[in-house]
Design a protein around this ligand. Sequence first.
Ligand SMILES: Nc1ncnc2c1ncn2[C@@H]1O[C@H](COP(=O)(O)OP(=O)(O)OP(=O)(O)O)[C@@H](O)[C@H]1O
Length: 285
Amino acid sequence: MDSEGFLNGRPTLVQADDLWLTVPAHSGRVNPARNGTHTHPGAHPGGNTGERAGGLAILRGISLRVAEAEAVGIVGPSGSGKTSLLMLLAGLERPTSGTVTIAGTRLADLDEDALARFRRRTTGIVFQSFQLIPTMTALENVLVPLELAGHRDGARDARAALAAVGLDHRLDHLPGELSGGEQQRVALARAFVTRPRLLLADEPTGNLDSQTGSAIMDLLFGLQRRHGTTMLLITHDPALAARCDRRLAVRDGRLAEGGPHPVSSPLPGSLPGPLHGGAARQAAP
Ligand SMILES: Nc1ncnc2c1ncn2[C@@H]1O[C@H](COP(=O)(O)OP(=O)(O)OP(=O)(O)O)[C@@H](O)[C@H]1O
């Protein structure tokens, strides 16, 4: 076993150990990763997280492991903590306690600059709201992560990434000149252009009609399989969750118990999928 460990014969890429995220009650904290929206306890009508001494526990002891190249669907009610979990795995938020280890690197050991560099090298993120830079063309948006990663001449890679999502004819268009589906294609090209080992996707089809969303998901799964990217995908759509190798259900800040635990994952909250020992697909409750 190497330093990253193995999960069902594959190297573990993502490991979270006993993650807690507690915020002061009525903190009114603004989290830029959530599109600059003002998030605070109670902002979510469906939120059902619990009070903990001195604050509100948003995540309550989540542990999970995800293998290299595995696609894991994260399901659960609104306000259960799915996005918060993704933010911790991305290193965009720090847990109150517990550790996140990505590709053998403990995020807690990195200062902010090192964490940003590590994230740029390792992780791609796709948001429901696309999060493109409105004043930059499609090509320029895709160039951003390449330039941040120090590629001097990334134009060829950026063009190829846009071609891979069928947008080679819209390179010079601004996001405002593109449809929602096209904007999400640009976001996919931007997320994959640096060939990240980990792709985090938060409801990537949430703002799209079902036909456009389905085309986006075909692209996303195609890119993920082609590049062997490890993916965690938050979705409310059971059909999308079923396309993943495995599902994790988050409820009330915890991974939900229930369902037979697959051979691949001894941790609670995992629902089996076909990747692992041919276990039957099982939709999350
Ligand atoms: N920075 C923060 N400060 C205070 N409360 C927060 C913060 N971030 C999230 N919350 C609260 O934590 C709970 C979980 O939010 P989160 O966005 O992770 O849920 P979710 O499962 O992704 O929901 P949805 O499916 O609606 O997107 C919510 O009650 C939310 O209001």
